[in-house]
Design a protein around this ligand. Structure first.
Ligand SMILES: *Cc1c(COP(=O)(O)O)cnc(C)c1O
Length: 240
């Protein structure tokens, strides 16, 4: 099949930016004195499925999306590709049924009602394996409501609930560094929340933290999964 015009140029562009981001991760890992690099999840939200296809051809295996409608359409179009889909956006309970059809992991579990909706949705679906769920933590000390994320004091209860829900696997924690604070300090709080979680739930070892702006601080604080969009794909188209 002939490729769309411009595909080759976009492939070269993505190949270059991906290599630069991988180098950035290598350097950050070395600077942090860690022996293993965190995994890269490329956040493809707002970018077309054709970009996701090119990324897969360039060796990307993990992609992140934050809106169910967009993610479901891309996942369906790219079904044959060996990609793991990470849902990283705020999730309404009525979207749980859709998300469990294509998502390998949901990073944004922040309330009990969502745990039960996801558990029910997995039970009713044809999935043959558990859904990895991360508890999203709101690290803002002045917790701006509505930005998503459980408060730190809610994390143990939510983790126990998740761990006890059939069809779901408690996989770890996720956070976005709050605006106006040194991300290193915020990620240090996340690391300690992750440690407490792992003491109770030893398999819950994912720490999803770090975006284009604060990748280095996240690596230094022990992130196991980075969610990088802009630095790989360029600026997101603004209006959709
Ligand atoms: C969009 C998004 C990212 C990626 O952000 P960039 O700054 O483009 O790297 C990471 N995490 C979440 C939760 C996002 O919504």
């Amino acid at each position: 099949m002939a490729e769309e015009p411009g595909t080759e140029a976009r492939r070269r562009e993505l190949s270059g930016s991906l290599e630069r981001v991988r180098e950035r991760i290598r350097r950050a890992t070395e600077a942090a004195g860690r022996d293993s690099e965190p995994a890269l999840i490329v956040v493809t939200k707002f970018h077309p499925a054709s970009d996701v296809r090119l990324l897969a051809e360039l060796g990307v295996r993990d992609v992140g999306e934050n809106r169910d409608q967009e993610a479901a359409a891309k996942a369906a179009e790219l079904e044959e590709l060996p990609l793991a889909w990470h849902f990283i956006g705020q999730l309404q309970t009525n979207k749980a049924k859709s998300v469990v059809r294509y998502a390998d992991a949901v990073h944004s579990v922040d309330r009990a009602s969502l745990v039960s909706a996801l558990g029910k949705a997995v039970g009713a679906s044809s999935r043959d394996r558990a859904l990895d769920c991360l508890v999203q933590v709101n690290l803002d000390p002045q917790a701006a409501p509505g930005r998503g994320g459980a408060l730190p004091e809610e994390v143990p209860g939510l983790s126990d609930l998740l761990a006890g829900t059939e069809g779901l696997r408690l996989a770890g924690v996720m956070a976005v560094a709050p605006l106006g604070e040194d991300p290193a300090e915020a990620f240090a709080r996340l690391a300690s929340i992750a440690e407490q979680m792992q003491r109770r739930h030893p398999g819950a070892d994912m720490v999803s933290a770090g975006m284009t702006q604060d990748l280095e601080q996240a690596v230094a604080a022990g992130a196991t999964h980075l969610r990088i969009g802009t630095d790989v794909l360029g600026a997101r188209p603004r209006v959709r």
